[in-house]
Write a protein that binds this ligand. Structure first.
Ligand SMILES: NC(=O)c1ccc[n+]([C@@H]2O[C@H](COP(=O)([O-])OP(=O)(O)OC[C@H]3O[C@@H](n4cnc5c(N)ncnc54)[C@H](OP(=O)(O)O)[C@@H]3O)[C@@H](O)[C@H]2O)c1
Length: 216
């Protein structure tokens, strides 16, 4: 079993990745500013409070790790719409540098449907609404994706559609071809299931799949 570092581990997809990684028998190091509040106790879980923008915290977090799941996110809310976003690009730049220095090769990152070359598949009306609501965050996710693609690491970029808090059913589609990309919903727990599977699978290396629930 591997030792994983989950960055952005205190909520959402990251917290689900912690749960899923433990359930699959991995050792999990969980980094987030509020990691000490993660509501899980397990001898294979190490909670590491720290900032993904702090190079020293990153290099400590990477010690002895075989794979990194990056699931940071910015707070939603009206005030967020007006502020520039740089968390995704800045944390990724530091992470790629720190992984190279530590000799950790596998990076499994979450961006979202609408990042990078998937934006042109949103359609006109949805694309306009998307730009208005999420444009700043996704401009930064574009930079994040470019940094990862250019990194020379062994990477997977997962692009989930709209997230829900549903269960881990394992019933979701991994759409690798642009012609297949479409809107929909997927649970954070199923995204986490995909991320944790990439720790030991080479099937999606260098790919940017869109993740979508199977129809009920
Ligand atoms: N909402 C959607 O429908 C949707 C769709 C597609 C993709 N996505 C993307 O999916 C990702 C996960 O979203 P989510 O809603 O599941 O999670 P979330 O609630 O946004 O959680 C974000 C995580 O990032 C951590 N974080 C934020 N800033 C950090 C920093 N400077 N250092 C360390 N950790 C930091 C937070 O922990 P602390 O605050 O404790 O540090 C938290 O654990 C995001 O990138 C989001 O954009 C969302």
């Amino acid at each position: 079993m591997a030792k994983l570092l989950v960055i952005g581990a205190s909520r959402g997809i990251g917290l689900e990745a912690v749960r899923c990684g433990l359930a699959e028998g991995h050792h999990v190091r969980a980094l987030a500013r509020s990691a000490d509040r993660i509501p899980i106790t397990d001898e294979r879980l190490e909670k590491l409070p720290g900032d993904a923008l702090d190079p020293e915290a990153l290099s400590r977090a990477l010690e002895g790790v075989e794979a990194v799941i990056q699931a940071v996110g910015v707070a939603a809310g009206a005030e967020r719409l007006l502020k520039p976003v740089s968390l995704f690009s800045e944390s990724t730049l530091l992470l790629v540098q720190a992984m190279k220095a530590a000799g950790v090769r596998r990076l499994i990152a979450v961006t979202g449907f609408g990042a990078g070359d998937s934006r042109r598949r949103l359609g006109c009306l949805r694309g306009a609404a998307f730009r208005l609501l999420l444009g700043r965050a996704y401009d930064d996710k574009d930079v994040q994706e470019a940094l990862i693609r250019d990194s020379d690491l062994d990477w997977v970029i997962a692009r989930p559609v709209v997230l829900t808090n549903g269960p881990r059913s394992g019933r979701y589609r991994v759409l690798r071809e642009p012609a297949q990309w479409r809107h929909g919903f997927i649970s954070r727990a199923n995204v986490a299931d995909f991320l944790v599977k990439q720790v030991e699978s080479d099937e999606n290396l260098g790919k940017t799949p869109v993740l979508l629930s199977c129809p009920a």
